[in-house]
Ligand binder design. Sequence first.
Ligand code: UTP
Length: 484
Amino acid sequence: MGGNRQLADRLAAAGQGHLIEVLAHATPADAAALTAQLDELDLELIARLVGQFVGHDEVASAAGPLAPPNAVPLARGPADEVRDRTARAAGEAALRAGHVGLVLLAGGQGTRLGFNGPKGNFPFGPVTGMTLFAHHAAKVAAVRTRYDADLPWCILTSPANDAVTRAAFADAAWFGLDPDSVRFVVQGTLPAVDSATGQLLLEAPGRLALSPDGHGGLFLALRRSGTLDWLADRGVQTMFTFQVDNPLTSIADPEFLGYHLGAGSDMSNLAVRKREPGERVGVIARRGDQTIVVEYSDLDDATAAARDAAGELVLWAGNVATHFIEAEFARRLTDDGLRLPYHRAIKKVPYLAASGRTVVPDDPNAMKFETFIFDALPIARASITVEIPRAAQFSPIKNATGSDSPESCRRDMNRLYAGWLEAAGVVVAHDDDGEPVDVELDPRLALDAADVRTRLAGHAPIDRPTALSAPWLATRLGDADLAR
Ligand code: UTP
């Protein structure tokens, strides 16, 4: 039939002729399902990506000397007191005016952690087993209360985890948030191809092997789903984007926001000082008048290790992947399709072989394509980077063990919360290695050291694993204060 002929021609032209054969031998139902998927697919884009990446190394898009980014340190003292009151006041005013939307990136696959399900469902709380979603939701609630503002919350999901993510929120009654103030946005997908031949892989007889199109997919997803309009209708001008796997995130930090607004920035970044030249973290840098993020794998050893006269790493700025982004900038970026470059990743992807058998490969066999959120930076008209102390705001859960794991996050969280409590005069027990006992703070009870000082001074010594939650506060203040 004409439709089939057309599809066959498109497949042949895109170098995917093997699928004509597959369609010819498929059951009618499988053929229909696969045809529907292929009709949705931009085969020309796939042909372009295969031509660019299969059989070639990924080349850095530009060359030239790298300099440190335009950066300011978050002016916090040791007890978390604020020193730059001007920036903070500007940020607080924007928050109180409701000009800020919150955007959680939760569409990833979390393969390194190896947890079955959306990473947001990972029960990271050492005492309560609280999930990452529950923790972020509690923080969103606390920030809304603090500024008495709506601050709508968007959650980026992917087709693979969208239903489970929505169910987690519904089952928990949206963690006490107004369901109308939370919106799920599903990012797009791109197909995986055989890394040697560029042929599209099938995951089942009538189904291509698809994966999320990378966190850069946020922009198109926000645009196509009407979410930029939804945010605009709610008065949002600036979006705070954060990652599901960093429970230490200071959501919509007012001082960071103040710097972003003061610099007239389209997109701003948080950075931590790299621990050592070889740390596996992207680096925020300047090339010419553009801000860029260079992946650690693209930095040669000498450049990564270069030091300035004071002995500090020149390229010190490790990317925390947390941003303020102007909604107008997201619109501009997507006015004409997506204006971000594609990257490739070589991964293990199970696939249906020509024999009809599913093969689970031992070695990476497939190429996936992704865009990255930080590739929007060079297009930004202005960008500012704000340095944060790592211990206070950054301890991501990426790996199952070792660094950036549930264990390291638990240690960092204990140290942070114990520090806040001790600054408020609360005695916290430490073990023989000097590590504080497990202590969890409900963000609705205390978002920072100042909240701990006003709300928890006078608390009894903490000598065993303890979760300090809103009910403890209720006994002191009465429920009315908590219900705001
Ligand atoms: P990572 O780069 O750590 O990827 O994502 P990941 O998929 O979560 O984990 P690995 O690499 O498979 O182990 C950083 C953040 O970006 C989000 C993730 O959910 C996480 O918050 N992300 C990543 C998306 O929202 N979409 C994507 O396509 C990729």
